[in-house]
Design a protein around this ligand. Sequence first.
Ligand SMILES: [Zn+2]
Ligand SMILES: [Zn+2]
Length: 389
Amino acid sequence: MAVHEKIGVMSDELIQWRHALHTMPETAFTEYETSAFVAEKLRSFGLDVHQGLAGTGVVATLQRGRGSYGAVGLRSDMDALDIAEATGLPYTSRNEGKMHACGHDGHMVMLLGAAKYLAENDTFRGTIHFIFQPAEENEGGGGRMVREGLFEKFPVQSVFALHNFPVMQEGTFAICKGPMMAAYDVFTIDIIGKGGHAATPQNVKDPILASAHLVNLLQSIVSRDVNPMHAAVVSVTEIHGGTSYNIIPDVVKLRGTTRHFLSSVQDRVESRMREICAGLSASFGVAVNIVYERRYPALVNTDKETEEAIRAAISVSGREKVFTDITPVMTSEDFAFLLKEKPGAYIGIGGGKPRENGLLHQSRYDFNDRILPIGASYWATLAETLLPK
Ligand SMILES: [Zn+2]
Ligand SMILES: [Zn+2]
């Protein structure tokens, strides 16, 4: 089998929806127009639509058969990014400075396509909750949906998600059992010294010099404090300080992120960062304030559900196009919050054409419309195999 025939004939309609969504990118928790579009489509298929979880979240339910059939959650993200679009496409962003540069417009349409097909065809028994979440990027909208009672209101045995990866060949799939994406923390460090004339360093406490040492010291955490067999990343991504050639500033601010899979490594990274900041303070006579915030947990696929995802992917794309043992990555994903509550699996779908369409989070990125029916068929096949007639 490949793409569901009845989904294949919907291709033009799916492309229209995707282009419509692409014109209306909205970022974390402000997905008003987007969620209205999604809810309207789901209602038009005859589903029960619930709005309001995590503000703009949408959950639509499709039930077939009575009695003790199972229930499954299928999740898409809805949010866009703060990027000024540079694609020049006819369906380019209408919202200045915002853009669907991570393909969440395509994710919504693949799940909508599956919902339409499953609503129109009597091919399963049980309950499917189609979950459309806000704020996947940075702000943890999935976590907020869970905290606001997602699984109490919409109980499921398992939950699944899909993300496009343009670097993989079109229509391939990639997944692994266990940890697949890292936990994501952020930090802000203020180094507060005493500024003054650049030519009289003996009278100042220089936060610039301290910050230069700090960046180096933080790199010793991964190289000296973490077991080399356990992955971790510490990245300083911002340094702000100073106004002129001849003034040493009072304050330098640094920000950045850490990544890891194990909570023991996370604890070690955080505690070493705090110790290094305390030591820096003593060494340079500056005050060092660190705010360390744990954002997303690691994304961990459960074994049985990973196998189910693999089976569905193989039936759509064939065995040779499904990579089942990929190396985990240090990027993060807030579907991890849903997987902390329920068994499930997250799978990547190859977008292909990175030269023409760009890469994720680039201003000239565009989702590859050719994979819309493939992704929708994956969802439909997964639902049909998890909830057989
Ligand atoms: Zn993204
Ligand atoms: Zn994304």
